[in-house]
Design a protein around this ligand. Sequence first.
Ligand SMILES: [Zn+2]
Length: 174
Amino acid sequence: MWVIKLAGLMASVPQFIDLPLLIEQRGELSGEFPLVSMPRLLELATSEDGCVSFDLTFGKDAQGIDFITGHYRASLQVKCQRCLTPINLNLTGKINLAVIENEAATGELPGFYEPLIHGSGRLSLPALLEDEIILTLPMAPLHLIAECPSGDLLREYATTRESPFAVLKGIKNK
Ligand SMILES: [Zn+2]
């Protein structure tokens, strides 16, 4: 299963990208990676089923800063921290990265950029997306009360308990 998914991925989107080339050519990339291509994110999930779709634009801005901007949409299952059963998580986010060579350049960046320190060599696209998603993952994901199995007790209490208005109504009808 894992191999098939990965083979499909290789055919559609490259896992590793040539960042300087994409920046120079003002490239655009969009596609989808299966959750199994992101091992750190997979570790936080309760199921292998899940995927991350993205669209990215590469280029150099007016100040000469190399950037990667775009969006991602991730869907995966994680554990509800109230009832410990799976919860479907759908996350969307923006990507605004400034590509810099070392930490020293971080201070010079406009505030809307997050620094991406990348010297040379290939860049793993799933790893880049994975980093972004892990940062925005809720610390304690929870079902909505109405959908949480451990919310049953709360709900029963709410429905069996007679409301003060029902009591008043009973008096009035006597
Ligand atoms: Zn729950």
